[in-house]
Design a protein around this ligand. Structure first.
Ligand code: CDP
Length: 211
C-alpha cells in the first residue's frame, strides 16, 4: 500500500503524512529531507547548488543516517533545497531511494512534490494538500518562532512564494497535483481536522479499490 501526499511549502503535508503513517502502521518518508540534505552537503564543501556535478556528487554520496540533522529544518536550507531540486541528475538519483522506500511492507506514506506524479504514479491513494499562502506562511512563522529562529512574517511569506514558483515552474518533475489526486484544502482546518479529513479520503479511496 502506497500513500502519496504532495503539496506546496508549509502546507502541513509533513505533519499529516507522519500521523497517517502512524495511524495505519506504515513507514513514513519526508522526501523534502533528501533534497535538504543534498543542499547541506553541497554547501559543506563550498560547492555550487545548481551545478549537476556538485549536486549530483552530493546526491550520490547521501547518508540517510544524517536525515535527522536539525539544521535541515532551517529556512535557508529549504530555499537551497529547491535549487538542487531543479537539477535532473539529483532527481534521478534520489528517485531510486524513494522508490525502494515506497516498496516497504506493509505500506509507506511519502510526502513531497512529485510523489503522485513521478516517484509513485501507481500509488494507491494520492492526496494534494493546499492552503492559502498567508496561512501557510503564518504556520511556518509560528513553527520557526517557537524554535527560537529570528525570522519575520514577511521574510517567510516571500520565501514560500519564491520557492513555490521555483518548484512549480521547473522543467523536471514540477510540483502539480496528479490527475487522480484528491485535493485537500487545509486553509480553514487545524491539524486534527486535517487528519480526520485525510483518513476519510483514504478510507473512501481504499473502499473503492476493494481493499
Ligand atoms: O517542508 P517544506 O514544505 O517547506 O519543504 P520540503 O518538503 O522539506 O521540501 C524542500 C524543497 O525540496 C522543496 O521546496 C522542493 O524544491 C524540494 N522537493 C522536491 O523537489 N521534491 C520532493 N519530492 C520533495 C521536496
Amino acid at each position: 500500500m502506497i500513500i502519496a501526499i504532495d503539496g506546496p511549502a508549509a502546507s502541513g503535508k509533513g505533519t499529516l503524512a507522519k500521523r497517517i503513517a502512524r495511524h495505519f502502521g506504515f513507514h513514513h518518508l519526508d522526501t523534502g529531507l533528501l533534497y535538504r540534505a543534498v543542499a547541506r552537503d553541497v554547501r559543506a564543501v563550498d560547492g555550487t547548488l545548481d551545478s549537476p556535478e556538485d549536486a549530483g556528487k552530493a546526491a550520490e554520496n547521501l547518508d540517510p543516517e544524517t536525515f535527522d540533522d536539525p539544521t535541515l529544518r532551517h529556512p535557508g536550507i529549504g530555499n537551497a533545497a529547491s535549487v538542487v531540486a531543479q537539477v535532473p541528475i539529483v532527481r534521478t538519483i534520489l528517485r531510486k531511494f524513494q522508490e525502494d522506500f515506497a516498496a516497504r511492507e506493509p505500506g509507506a506514506v511519502l510526502d513531497g512534490r512529485d510523489i503522485g506524479t513521478v516517484v509513485c504514479p501507481h500509488a494507491d491513494v494520492k492526496i494534494f494538500v493546499i492552503a492559502d499562502t498567508g496561512v501557510r506562511a503564518e504556520r511556518r512563522f509560528l513553527e520557526l518562532h517557537e524554535r527560537g529562529e529570528a525570522v519575520t512574517r514577511e521574510e517567510i511569506f516571500d520565501q514560500i512564494e519564491r520557492r513555490d514558483k521555483r518548484d512549480s515552474e521547473r522543467a523536471d518533475s514540477p510540483m502539480k497535483p496528479a490527475a487522480d489526486a484528491l485535493l485537500l484544502d487545509t486553509t480553514k482546518l487545524g491539524i486534527d481536522e486535517t487528519f480526520d479529513a485525510a483518513v476519510e479520503l483514504i478510507k473512501r479511496k481504499i473502499g473503492q479499490l476493494g481493499a
